[in-house]
Design a protein around this ligand. Structure first.
Ligand SMILES: CC(C)(COP(=O)(O)OP(=O)(O)OC[C@H]1O[C@@H](n2cnc3c(N)ncnc32)[C@H](O)[C@@H]1OP(=O)(O)O)[C@@H](O)C(=O)NCCC(=O)NCCS
Length: 208
């Protein structure tokens, strides 16, 4: 039903259009740090550079990757970005990142495609990429009032890390999980009750 795959550099227009759609979503205010108005005035060069950096054909050691879900009809309906953050990098709200990790940012599914299992596949595509890059821990920030996103991430094994930061748009909490749920790697160890499906495919927005 969906092809979940990394974006390619030449697809910067499709990537831009998808992000602009996400930023117009009624949930965008709690979901994303960037606003539609800010994104709309970004010069073309910025979109091109982002796709070049986050695309599957990026040169050098990758630290960021955009994934998209594309329907059989070629419609782009979901996006997710993985950003590798290293121990010592600045942490949202102050302090530094304790353990190398892959951070999910800009996760968005077209409302018509929600609740159909696409979310789990999107996360697993990101986790496969992190595992390929020897990253054992994953995390993300979610608005405290974004109940659907919290529930979705908890459903694939994420748990609260204890970090909470009050940002301009309200309180954000950090969720984390090991990349591989069956290993004890990372801070949280194995998470009970969730069994990761096999990734069935290959396996954004500025960092908070
Ligand atoms: C977050 C998002 C990617 C999740 O994808 P999805 O397809 O909606 O996720 P799912 O339907 O698989 O899971 C959502 C869970 O929340 C539950 N849920 C639905 N509405 C809810 C609400 N208002 N409050 C709390 N939980 C809710 C669902 O029942 C489901 O839980 P379950 O699996 O235990 O039944 C999608 O909703 C989205 O794009 N939201 C807008 C952007 C966003 O918030 N991004 C995340 C930023 S951190």
């Amino acid at each position: 039903m969906y092809d979940i795959r990394p974006v390619r550099a030449e697809e910067w227009r499709e990537s831009r259009d998808l992000q602009l759609r996400a930023l117009q979503d009624e949930d965008a205010a709690v979901a994303f740090f960037e606003t539609y108005d800010e994104a709309l005035v970004k010069p073309e060069e910025e979109w091109r550079n982002w796709a070049k950096m986050a695309g599957s054909d990026a040169e050098g050691t990758p630290f960021i990757r955009d994934f998209v879900a594309v329907t059989l009809f070629g419609e782009w309906v979901a996006t997710s970005t993985l950003l590798i953050r290293m121990a010592g990098d600045p942490e949202l709200g102050g302090g530094t990142v304790e353990t190398d990790r892959g951070e999910f940012i800009g996760v968005w599914i077209d409302p018509q495609h929600r609740g159909q299992g696409l979310f789990t596949r999107l996360v697993e595509a990101g986790m496969s990429w992190l595992a390929d890059n020897a990253i054992s821990r994953s995390a993300l920030w979610v608005h405290e009032e974004n109940g659907r996103a919290r529930r979705a991430f908890e459903g694939v094994g994420f748990e609260r890390t204890g970090l909470r930061v009050v940002e301009s748009k309200g309180p954000e909490i950090q969720l984390g999980r090991p990349v591989r749920l069956d290993s004890s790697a990372g801070l949280g160890g194995a998470v009970g009750g969730y069994s990761a499906p096999q990734a069935t495919s290959r396996g954004p927005f500025p960092a908070p």
